[in-house]
Design a binder for this molecule. Structure first.
Ligand code: ZN
Length: 262
C-alpha cells in the first residue's frame, strides 16, 4: 500500500517505576544457579531496559479493551490467537488492509493480513526505553549482588499439590526512570487527531494498569510523564527547520494538528 508522509510526531518523556518492575528475559541464556526469572538487559551495557515491543504490546492490548465495545470486538470475534493451542492469546487484528485503515487499533499498531492478505504497517513506532543517566548512577550504588537490579522471593503455590515453589524474581527497583520515545507517522489529517488521542489514552491506561510481569502482585506500577511533543512536517525535514513546533503536554495538541493542516 502506497502511503503519503506528511510528517512525524515525536513524543518523548520519562517512565518512572513506582513499584519494582519485572520484564522477563528468555531463560535460555541464563547460567545454571543464576536467578530464576531475570529481567531483560541490553547485551552491551548490561543495563535493564523496557523493550519497545513490551510497551507497544501493552498499549495495544489496553486500547483494544477500552475500544472493544465500540469496535464490536467481542470474545473471539475479530480476534486472532497469537499464542499456542494450550496457551491462547487472542488479539484483535483486521484481516484486510482497507479495514485496518478504518480501525483505530490497527492504524496505530499495524496488522498482518491472513493468507495472502496485505499487511498494514503500523503508524506508531515505539522505541526501546533505556535508563536515564541519573538512574544508572543511582542504581550502580545499591548493593544487592545484582547489577542495577534487586531480587525478591515470590512464593508460587502449586495449585494441584499445594506445594510451595519459591522463585527468585529479579526486578528493577522502585524509583528507576527510563526515557521513552514514540514516533507517529502522519499520513493524512482526517484520523490524525483521533490517533493521537488514542495514544494518549493508551499511556493513561498503562498508569492504571502495569508494565511487565506480575502486575497482580503489585509489580510494574509506573508513572508516565510527557516531556515533549514535537510536530515535524515533511518540509521541516527537507529544508525549513523553523516549521517544527514543540509542545510540553497533550493539553496543547489542538495547535499541534494545525502544523500538518496547512
Ligand atoms: Zn483492526
Amino acid at each position: 500500500m502506497d502511503k503519503n508522509l506528511l510528517g512525524k510526531i515525536q513524543i518523548t518523556g520519562i517512565i518512572e517505576c513506582l513499584t519494582g518492575l519485572h520484564i522477563g528475559a528468555s531463560n535460555e541464556n541464563v547460567e545454571i544457579g543464576a536467578i530464576d526469572a531475570p529481567v531483560v538487559r541490553d547485551p552491551i551495557t548490561r543495563e535493564p531496559y523496557i523493550p519497545g515491543s513490551s510497551l507497544k504490546g501493552k498499549m495495544r492490548s489496553l486500547l483494544e479493551k477500552a475500544l472493544a465495545a465500540e469496535l464490536g470486538i467481542v470474545g473471539k470475534t475479530n480476534r486472532r490467537n497469537i499464542g499456542t493451542r494450550n496457551n491462547e492469546v487472542w488479539v484483535h487484528v483486521c484481516e484486510k488492509a482497507e479495514d485496518a485503515l478504518k480501525c483505530p487499533i490497527c492504524r496505530l499498531f499495524g496488522s498482518t493480513g491472513k493468507e495472502g492478505g496485505k499487511n498494514f504497517p503500523a503508524r506508531l513506532i515505539v522505541r526501546d526505553a533505556h535508563l536515564t543517566k541519573e538512574s544508572v548512577e543511582k542504581l550502580s550504588e545499591i548493593d544487592t549482588g545484582l547489577q542495577y537490579t534487586e531480587w525478591k522471593f515470590e512464593n508460587a503455590i502449586d495449585r494441584v499439590t499445594s506445594a510451595a515453589n519459591p522463585r527468585q524474581l529479579e526486578r528493577v527497583p522502585k524509583g528507576a526512570e527510563f526515557e521513552f520515545e514514540l514516533i507517529y507517522n502522519v499520513e493524512e489529517t482526517t484520523t490524525l487527531e483521533k490517533d493521537i488521542k488514542n495514544i494518549r489514552l493508551a499511556l493513561e491506561l498503562i498508569k492504571l494498569d502495569a508494565l511487565g510481569g506480575h502486575g497482580s502482585r503489585g509489580y510494574g506500577k509506573v508513572d508516565i510523564k510527557i516531556e515533549n511533543i514535537k510536530g515535524i512536517p515533511v518540509e521541516a525535514i527537507k529544508s525549513d527547520a523553523n516549521k517544527i513546533k514543540e509542545f510540553k503536554s497533550f493539553e496543547q495538541i489542538n495547535e499541534l494538528f494545525t502544523v500538518f493542516k496547512s
